[in-house]
Design a protein around this ligand. Structure first.
Ligand code: ATP
Length: 266
């Protein structure tokens, strides 16, 4: 049984050495990004009072503009980021396909890095040994797997971490939008593998700007804005909510521009 339960979760990023009042004043009300709080230390409130529950069979699409808090939400679910306020409770083995390069060792070989990734996912050595040949085969990196990671191109690193991170059936699968790298052949192969993994997972959470991907994969949607969860429900309703909000925003912008133009001319 997989489950994710977030109760009034807030996450703040401290930004040391940033206390310039005029800068804060200028960006405080931006529509993009989290809320900037000027206290002793400048803080960005990336999530604000997020409450939601996900259970087996839920495939959640996280929607929102740049800086809305999508990645922060995924990282909080993955326990990569601790919440500043509130409670996060996750049941089931998590596979976070986010911060993919986290924990990799540049000096270690490809094989050793696969082992590191497996351990990070809570597997023991014999479980890793069992899947090692299949992972190696999927990467197509062959002799490179003997060489240190520092000799890999970014696409080769991606092949390695993707293959290692998708070899075990997760109960909770978390995915940030990142499949854009790699050559076309690998991208297609990776997409097929990912699809199979999503089908096998209990709970799946996915942040993306692609509506078509969400409509194919997600059955629930969460709309984030400035770190606040504005909508949580059916994925089609989430898009409808987002479209209405966008239209309202555009109308407001047009009215503002017209008022400015009128003021200038008169
Ligand atoms: N390491 C950090 N330090 C300070 N602020 C951060 C950090 N990471 C993210 N933020 C801030 O937190 C807010 C949410 O960022 P997040 O990366 O979660 O957004 P996102 O919705 O995933 O954006 P995008 O669609 O652009 O990837 C933004 O205001 C961003 O500036």
């Amino acid at each position: 049984m997989a489950k994710i339960e977030l109760t009034k979760v807030a996450v703040e990023y401290p930004v040391p050495h940033m206390q310039n009042r005029s800068f804060v004043g200028a960006v405080k009300n931006a529509a993009i990004g989290g809320l900037i709080k000027r206290e002793k230390v400048l803080r960005i409130r990336a999530l604000d009072g997020v409450t939601l529950t996900l259970r087996d069979g839920d495939r959640l699409g996280i929607l929102g503009r740049n800086g809305a808090g999508k990645t922060t939400l995924l990282k909080t679910m993955a326990a990569i980021l601790p919440p500043t306020e509130g409670r996060v409770c996750v049941e089931g083995r998590i596979s976070p396909l986010i911060s993919m390069m986290l924990g990799l060792d540049n000096e270690a070989s490809g094989y050793e890095n696969i082992r590191i990734r497996g351990r990070l996912m809570g597997l023991n050595d014999s479980q890793i040994d069992e899947v090692m040949p299949e992972i190696a085969d999927f990467t197509e990196l062959e002799d490179y797997l003997e060489l240190p990671l520092k000799t890999y191109s970014s696409g080769m690193r991606m092949r390695l971490t993707f293959a290692a991170s998708t070899s075990f059936r997760p109960e909770v699968l978390l995915l940030d939008e990142w499949l854009g790298t790699g050559d076309v052949e690998f991208r297609n192969k990776a997409a097929r593998r990912l699809r199979a993994l999503i089908d096998k997972s209990g709970v799946f959470v996915f942040a993306s700007h692609s509506r078509s991907l969400h409509q194919r994969i997600s059955n629930k949607g969460a709309v984030l804005e400035n770190g606040k969860l504005l909508f949580f429900g059916d994925i089609d309703d989430a898009f409808e909510f987002q479209d209405e909000r966008r239209a309202k925003h555009e109308r407001r912008e047009k009215t503002r521009q017209a008022a400015r133009a009128k003021k200038k001319s008169g």
